[in-house]
Design a protein around this ligand. Sequence first.
Ligand code: SF4
Ligand code: SF4
Length: 357
Amino acid sequence: MAQHHRMPIESGCPDGFQYLHPVMRKNFGQWKYHDHPRPGVLRHVAHSGDEIWTVKAGTQRILDVFTLRKLCDIGDQYADGHVRFTIRSNIEYMVSDGKKVEPLVTALEGAGFIVGGTANSVAMISHTQGWLHCDIPGTVASGVVKSMMDELIDEFKNCRMPNRVHITTSCCQINCGGQGDIAINVQHTKPPKINHDMVANVCERPTVVARCPVAAIRPALVNGKPSLEVDEKKCICCGACYPPCPPMQINDPEHTKLAVWVGGNHSNARSKPTFQKLVAAGIPNNPPRWPEATAIVKRILKAYREDAQDWERMNDWIERIGWPRFFELTNLPFTKFHIDNWRGSRRSLNASAYIRF
Ligand code: SF4
Ligand code: SF4
């Protein structure tokens, strides 16, 4: 009897091509040029003469169904019904008729959304919303974003920076997010506190020992029960032991702080990646508005805006003027915490995927 193999069921994202605006589909790969008529609006012109106008609006990042419906209704009424979300949760509407742009912008602004975020503006801050889905956050990254974007709204709506600025936040010290022109990251300042009564029941001790990047964790017997101990002189307070072993609590209302890093950039066709560097440490993790962290970010942006040359990204600017001048211009104190004295750093700084010969 002939055997019929069951065909695999494809899952995952559907092919995005079917959702493209028809004019984009028709001119796929045939674009002649694009320009930037005003902040928040891009125009792409195809060899055929067709045009696509893109209008970008900022959202509150974590979207509820009511806001999504409102955004989609605006798309149906004022645009051509084709949208896409950017990785920073901005929405982009595509229209093929330039006359639709102004009514669309007016409708979006009338509904309370901000149009901008293109070219040399400060784009929407990206973040991880750990408090919604993750088990280890030390802060509410989305709250930090909301507070900062409230103060940076004019930089989103205008294009006044030397080049685009990408800001990121992260709600723990080790995992997703936290790499950009400016990054606001959690910084733990004390080793984890161990609840020895729970370790034996909850944690797989070899996994936790293996997790520590500086081999600071050892198995130990405490009160006759198997547990773990931390060599606090070695511990770099990274928090990597906390996810596999929640009894090793590292989040602390007082000692979990924020730190600001600058100059991170991915590699592209012209340049290799640059690592961000710490410029401000021990900033209070101070909800609900995080005023100390916001003030530092604004200070860095002001110095960058006033001193960088056109088209210099944050890392290019710092490389040209040098770190001493960066600290002078931003008026940030340079302290011993800025010096990387960890002896493993030689190997870690060589960990880029960029190919060298
Ligand atoms: S940054 Fe850390 S805490 Fe936040 S979502 Fe990612 S892993 Fe979780
Ligand atoms: S916080 Fe980091 S360095 Fe310290 S014990 Fe845990 S994994 Fe090791």
